[in-house]
Design a protein around this ligand. Sequence first.
Ligand SMILES: [Zn+2]
Length: 89
Amino acid sequence: MQIIRAFVISVDDFIGQQAFGGATWGQVLLVAFAIAMLLLVWGFLSTSSRKPEPDTRTVVAYCLSCGWRGRTSRHRLECPHCGDELEIE
Ligand SMILES: [Zn+2]
């Protein structure tokens, strides 16, 4: 028990010691813990409320020849019905 008591006293000593700027290590640890918790909560909120990314690879286009209209690849503007060139909306 002597060892444990010595350990507790040394930790207590350490916590009560001045770290920097007049703050004790205990206060520094508390602030560090608070910041860590804030970052954790912030990270959780930002990932859970993230909106789905807008679809930038496809575009809505229509065909002048047959009137087909729909979503197609931005890089392949070709009508799936008649093969004519599509017009982007
Ligand atoms: Zn067409």
